[in-house]
Ligand binder design. Structure first.
Ligand code: SF4
Ligand code: SF4
Length: 438
């Protein structure tokens, strides 16, 4: 079968050799975890605990009645030492439950699980909501909301996103190899939840072992197939994945449900299986620690709320890092503090040496058109960037700033090193603030 793909995009070096062959390892617990009460798209949670309370691993510590939100849970047993704003990976402060980790780790009573066969669509949505599951590829959109489309938007196809197209990241690849059965059963639950009949596992061609293993697992299962994808960035972006797999285009400003599709990340699909069949909340995740400035690049399983500093120490520490990035190098966030916690959407921690960081500032646009040629959303990043740089955000909106999903392709190809994503983010913040006022 030939590898499928979308139009435009780029082919950056994959840099996956350092961690790709390494099994996911458990790491030692830190002394303290920080559970942000807002680590998802939607409304923040209210705290359900106070300073001095003892909590058990898996106990809910934050929730809200808002539809678009997801509860948060203690990832460890311990004592609540603070409920206060703490640094978050986006550079802001987020109200957080800080837990001093107990020596003895006891687990809260979890809701009873149901088998894949006996769970009803309502059981699945309820379990997913209660477990606080959000998209683990980085976007952190509440999964229970995605599983509840309006009646006039039926979902026919579920796509499991095994693209992992960002350089350096390998945790989804390892998840597919080490948790293949859980992922396939999780996919069956997703199909049942939305009443879909087809399931596609989209996997980039640089993971032939995962393609072979999942193909073997789904052989003979009705409506399930593996779709090998071309290695290209951003192949793992929702709209690009749908175009490659289903040859359907999601209209600007619309969601995958418009074309009858639901996309879920590999880690999220495994979390759905664990929530429904074991009642397990989302309190840990696999992530990749890599980059030339990390002593021992590896894939690790980390309790949510673990400080980035602790995770790096468990990987031999960093040496001569000029930058530490949370997420992949294309869409990740550079950090000013290593005290920020790993959250549900953290797919990687990268330590970048000085030779990989460009110290020079950006120049004016030379109108080469490269960003236009490569933008997978067919936007004009040059115009959006120029208007946003000048503070003319309404014009940036006219040129489609809100349709940009911040993949970073335009900044990667720009010879003038223009920080086009940052320009877009400024424009979006202004546009959203104006919309809220109106
Ligand atoms: S404008 Fe947005 S969508 Fe287009 S390449 Fe740039 S970051 Fe990606
Ligand atoms: S790639 Fe950079 S220099 Fe070229 S048109 Fe786009 S913004 Fe301008």
């Amino acid at each position: 079968m030939s590898a499928k793909t979308f139009q435009a995009g780029i082919h950056p070096p994959t840099c996956k050799e350092a961690s790709g062959g390494k099994e996911i390892q458990e790491i030692a617990l830190p002394e303290e975890v920080v559970i942000p009460l807002h680590q998802h798209t939607g409304a923040p949670c209210d705290p359900l605990v106070k300073v001095g309370d003892t909590v058990l691993a898996g106990q809910k510590v934050g929730d809200t009645g808002a539809f678009v939100s997801a509860p948060v849970h203690a990832s460890v047993a311990g004592t609540v030492k603070a409920v206060e704003p703490r640094p978050y990976f986006t550079g802001t402060q987020v109200n957080s439950v800080v837990i001093a980790v107990a020596e003895e780790q006891n687990t809260a009573d979890l809701p009873p699980g149901k088998s894949v066969e006996e769970a009803t669509p309502d059981d699945i949505k309820k379990a997913v909501r209660e477990a606080g599951i959000v998209g683990m590829g980085g976007a952190a959109f509440p999964t229970a909301v995605k599983l509840s489309p309006p009646a006039d938007k039926p979902i026919e196809s579920v796509i499991i996103n095994g693209g992992e197209c960002e350089p350096f990241l390998t945790c989804d690849h390892r998840n597919m190899l080490e948790m293949a059965e859980e992922m396939v059963q999780g996919a069956r639950l997703l199909l049942k939840a939305v009443g879909a009949s087809r399931c596609y596992f989209g996997i980039e061609g640089n993971k032939p072992d995962a393609i072979a293993l999942i193909s073997e697992k789904v052989a003979g299962m009705e409506g399930m197939e593996v779709v090998p994808l071309e290695c290209k960035y951003p192949q793992g972006a929702e709209k690009q994945l749908i175009k490659a797999v289903l040859d359907r285009e999601v209209p600007p400003g619309k969601l995958p449900m418009e074309v009858g599709a639901l996309v879920q990340n590999v880690g999220t699909t495994i979390a759905v299986f664990q929530a429904v069949t074991q009642g397990k909340p989302l309190i840990e995740r696999a992530l990749t620690v890599s980059g030339p400035a990390v002593a021992e690049p590896k894939n690790v399983r980390v309790k949510i709320g673990t400080p980035v500093r602790h995770v790096l120490e468990q990987c031999g520490g960093i040496k001569g890092a000029a930058k530490v990035v949370l997420g992949g190098p294309m869409t990740g966030w550079a950090q000013s503090s290593l005290d920020v916690p790993v959250v549900k959407g953290t797919s990687g921690i990268l330590a970048i040496p000085p030779e990989m960081v460009d110290p020079e500032g950006w120049l004016a646009c030379v109108r080469c058109g490269k960003c236009v040629d490569h933008c997978p959303m067919f936007l004009y990043p040059n115009f959006i960037g120029t208007f946003a740089e000048a503070g003319r955000y309404a014009q940036a909106e006219d040129w489609g700033a809100m349709d940009c999903f911040e993949c970073g392709v335009c900044a990667y190809v720009c010879p003038s090193k223009r920080p086009l994503i940052q320009f877009v983010r400024f424009a979006k913040a202004d546009i959203l603030a104006r919309r809220r006022k109106q």
